[in-house]
Design a protein around this ligand. Structure first.
Ligand code: FES
Ligand code: FES
Length: 935
């Protein structure tokens, strides 16, 4: 029996996972907090605390119940509460848990305990369920997942029900879904399905304080004074941190040369959006921290704000930053665009708009920090960039970098949204000031308010093609609102410009992009990095040109596709042997031929088919220095440890590195251990972003493994007097296969450590604004702006209701070029997740900001796709090994999300003859577009 004594007013008594619980509780406390904070059962996750995400799902008296919505006063005496911790019997996992792992239904894992509990409630009632029933149940219970696209989850629940009905338990784990998992990664998966996985917000340290951050009340204001005296006088409040506590430089930002944001607003730094922090407070309990935070008084001098690029561009506009409001201008001019348009048989010209998009990761930002004996600090958090965090903190704290250690812990999704510094300065300063461990867990409301969004974009796109269907000219103009700080906006604008021509060869181009500072939430990295917006507009222009010329959409794309020998709009002539877009176009067309096109489901319904193609960079490119390192250590017992700085956030990063090592060394997965990003243990590497780390770290892993193998086999060859070519590792020895001779690793040494830092080929910067392309002129040289690209082509099949304007995506074929397949379940999971994010982008999602304030302040208001929105997704893996990639592999995690928006927009046109120029394509917009046809 568990007995908990707390100073509170209500006696609660219920059964928890079969055990009687008697405790005292605040009657207004919610069941989720009671389980997590009072009983330390952190398998029940907190994704929102407002009933909108399903991460806290438990079963109460047989019913799936969101624990955050249940007050303790409403928990009936003797009611039966089941949580994820009670599902397995000792080491014996529940059928659902086994099948979730086997079906690869887990990525970041943060939603998974809630999903499994919902599924259990559903299947306990009746185990045989259709996919539609499962989708409806998950949607009704608001079980959200941002990673998986729900596909593997739905299939896993269905299969688990069938097992439960037949009484046949699944066999032990693997191999399906676990095909490349080492023992350690399998253990991680088991921790996810049993709720034992510790994200930063789950970590509890002895003597730990709880922090809360105070955000700026105003989008543009000077901080004249922060008076925390009243808060500090409250018993249990340990410290308040403000900008005046910063011993070093009050400056932060993910890219060192562009660090333009305050670590904490105050002192010489003003607040430029309502997500700027002004102070943080550390107290004995989260509740006390929240209460005390309200007692901090901030004196502001409110400044005139700027809320749009148009306002920002006015000559008399208030300046967000001293350097002016134009954050960056990027331009490409090649050939004679006006003359080329005159040669065109068809010219298409439109304005397009895409809104701000929220990452929607299920785990809001959180972190833990503790002071170390040497006067430094260690930070544990789900970050995408431990080394950039370290360099910023060293500057802020005015300490050498070796006094700051940043360790990446489990991360509940990110999609680019966890690169920027938010909590790190507060955690570090809080731990150092209080000399105690501190933890900060952001609420969903704070998370939505503070972290970067995908840029809203206004694009004007004019394209022309000759009568045979060759695209001759492109005139592209984009204006971006980058918000308060640059974040990665500089590079994102350049991505807009470099990929404005899509995956097509276009000889004459004029592309102009401007990105403006405003006092809105900052925009930054999100899966796709500027390409999703371009694709939505450009692919509709392409579709319109093909239709006007009566050319099949696949043929039109193939005719213009970027293939070796052709130049991108930024003058990179693709090298021979490097794949282009056409393989994915052909693969998608083949897949479409095999698909049955559904008939409309009613008299007001129309079916449409649309195609979209896209290309995106792998790696930063643009002359930004990049490198990554791996350390490999083989011990005398034949166990290998890989140390990599490839951040895992559910995309299968570590599994990929393990697989590369397995392929290289032939050492079985169960002998391989992997250590992820930790500034004290792994090699300095930039962020895991831009689909770059599989390529960069992967190459480092491959070469480090080769060095290890070559060295040991050469030593063994000497000692055994046999050639090294036919040697292999086997358990704790090296065996020569022809002679059968073998030698113990212990005879060669105790431990063998090799490391390699991989640096990819140097890339070219963009030409400065005003310098036209030299393409076609004497002495022209290809400008390799990126060392690799990921390509994708998608076909969307939609049904549009002409009476309501509702669009349903029925099927999506997603052909993605990945270089070389490492793990089919992981690749499928990335494709499903990316496509469903693309469906949300096309039809539902819009993060609304008005006068600098985010009106989208709950997950309920932000319409992310639910299980019901998941179409049938047909993944088509295109394997063209990349010559520079590790074993031919390249990063592709962003590629599956790129083309979906354009393909859906084209499918809507195919269905009803109306074009959508601004996303999301909600009912009223589609209906208005249809109505316009008859005017
Ligand atoms: S935490 Fe309860 S529904 Fe999100
Ligand atoms: S696996 Fe579902 S939110 Fe990440």
């Amino acid at each position: 029996m568990v007995v908990v004594r707390e100073a509170a007013t209500l006696d609660v008594r219920f059964f928890l996972n079969g055990q009687k619980v008697q405790a005292q509780s605040d009657p207004n406390l919610d069941l989720m907090s009671f389980l997590r904070d009072q009983l330390r059962l952190t398998g029940t996750k907190n994704g929102c605390a407002t009933g909108h995400c399903g991460a806290c799902m438990v079963i109460v008296d047989g019913k799936a119940t969101r624990a955050c919505l249940v007050r303790m006063s409403k928990v009936k005496p003797d009611s039966k509460v089941e949580t994820i911790e009670g599902l397995a019997r000792g080491d014996e996992l529940h059928t659902l848990q086994i099948i979730f792992i086997r079906y690869g239904a887990l990525q970041c894992g943060y939603c998974i305990p809630g999903m499994i509990m919902s599924a259990k409630a559903l299947l306990d009632e009746k185990p045989i369920r259709t996919e539609d029933e499962i989708k409806a149940f998950l949607t009704t219970n608001r079980n959200m997942c941002r990673c998986t696209g729900y596909v593997h989850i739905i299939k896993a629940i269905k299969a688990a029900g069938e097992c439960m009905a037949s009484g046949k338990m699944p066999e032990a784990l693997g191999p399906e879904g676990m095909e490349i998992q080492s023992t350690q990664l399998r253990k991680d998966a088991i921790e996810i399905v049993t709720g034992k996985k510790q994200y930063a917000g789950d970590i509890v340290m002895e003597n730990m304080l709880h922090g809360k951050v105070l955000w700026s009340e105003h989008p543009h204001a000077e901080i004249l004074n922060v008076d925390a005296s009243e808060a500090l006088a409250m018993p249990g409040v340990a410290a308040v941190v403000t900008a005046w506590d910063i011993p070093g430089v009050n400056r932060a930002g993910v890219i060192e040369v562009n660090r333009d944001q305050p670590a904490i607003a105050g002192r010489e730094q003003k607040a430029r959006y309502i997500g700027d922090s002004v102070a943080s407070l550390f107290a004995e309990t989260p509740k006390l921290a929240e209460e005390a935070l309200k007692r901090i008084k901030v004196q502001y001098r409110v400044l005139q704000p700027v809320f749009s690029p148009e306002e920002a561009a006015r000559p008399d506009a208030p300046t967000v930053h001293e350097k002016g409001n134009l954050m960056h201008h990027s331009r490409i001019e090649r050939g004679d665009v006006e003359e080329a348009f005159k040669q065109c048989a068809v010219v298409v010209e439109h304005d397009y708009h895409t809104p701000r998009i929220e990452h929607g990761f299920l785990e809001p930002e959180s972190g833990v920090a503790y002071p170390t004996a040497d006067g430094g600090v260690t930070i544990l958090m789900g970050t995408q960039t431990v080394f950039d965090d370290r360099s910023q903190l060293a500057e802020i704290l005015a300490v050498p970098e070796d006094k700051v250690r940043v360790i990446q812990v489990a991360q509940g999704g990110s999609f680019g949204g966890k690169e920027d510094p938010i909590l790190q300065p507060h955690l570090a300063l809080g731990a150092l000031k209080t000399k105690r461990p501190v933890r900060i867990v952001m609420s969903r409301e704070e998370s939505l308010r503070v972290h970067v969004k995908r840029h809203a974009a206004d694009m004007h796109i004019k394209t022309g093609a000759d009568k045979d269907g060759h695209i001759l000219a492109l005139d592209f103009n984009v204006v971006l609102d980058t918000g308060a700080y640059v974040s990665l906006g500089y590079d994102i604008l350049e991505n807009f410009v470099v990929f404005a021509g899509g995956p097509y060869y276009i000889p004459h181009v004029r592309i102009d992009g401007k990105s403006w500072y405003t006092n809105n939430v900052l925009a930054g990295a999100m899966r796709g990095f500027g390409v999703n917006q371009v694709v939505f507009g450009l692919e509709q222009n392409v579709d319109e040109m093909a239709r006007a010329l009566k050319i099949d959409p696949f043929e039109f794309r193939l005719m213009n596709g970027l293939v070796p020998g052709k130049a991108t709009v930024s003058d990179h002539v693709l090298e021979a042997g490097i794949p282009g877009i056409n393989e994915t176009i052909i693969a998608a067309r083949e897949a479409l031929r095999k698909v049955t096109i559904p008939a409309p489901s009613g008299p007001t319904k129309r079916i449409g088919i649309g195609v979209g193609s896209a290309v995106k960079n792998v790696g930063f490119g643009h002359d930004i220095p990049e490198s990554a390192g791996t350390i490999v250590e083989l011990d005398k017992d034949g166990y290998l440890t890989l140390k990599v700085s490839h951040h895992e956030y559910g995309q299968g990063a570590l599994a990929g590195q393990v697989k590369l090592a397995v392929n290289e060394l032939g050492i079985p997965v169960d002998r391989i251990r992997i250590i992820g990003p930790d500034t004290a243990q792994t090699l300095t590497t930039g962020p895991t972003t831009a689909s770059r780390q599989t390529f960069l770290t992967g190459n480092a892993t491959v070469v480090a493994c080769q060095d290890l193998r070559n060295h040991l086999f050469a030593r063994a060859a000497e000692l055994m007097d046999e050639p090294p070519e036919k040697m292999q590792f086997r358990d704790d020895e090296i065996v020569e296969l022809v002679s059968g001779k073998h030698i113990k690793l212990a005879a060669l040494g105790d431990r063998f450590t090799f490391q390699h830092i991989y640096t990819p080929p140097r890339t070219a910067a963009m030409l400065p604004v005003g310098e036209p392309s030299h393409y076609g002129k004497p002495h022209f040289k290809s400008r390799m702006t990126h060392w690799a690209y990921a390509y994708g082509t998608q076909v969307a099949i939609v049904e549009v209701d002409i009476e309501t304007g509702e669009v349903r995506v029925l099927k999506v074929i997603a052909a993605v070029d990945i270089g070389k397949l490492l793990n089919s379940k992981i690749v499928e999971g990335q494709i499903f997740g990316g496509v469903v994010q693309g469906v949300g982008f096309a039809l539902k999602e819009e993060f609304i900001v008005k006068d600098g304030i985010n009106l989208t302040d709950t997950l309920h208001k932000y319409k992310m796709p639910t299980a019901n929105d998941t179409p049938e997704i047909i993944p088509v893996v295109v394997e063209v090994p990349h010559p520079f990639g590790p074993q031919g592999v390249k990063g592709f995690a962003e590629a599956p999300s790129l083309a979906t928006g354009g393909a859906i927009a084209n499918a809507i046109y195919d269905a009803v003859g109306a074009r959508i120029y601004a996303l999301p394509a909600k009912k009223d917009k589609v209906l208005a577009a249809i109505a316009e046809l008859s005017q």
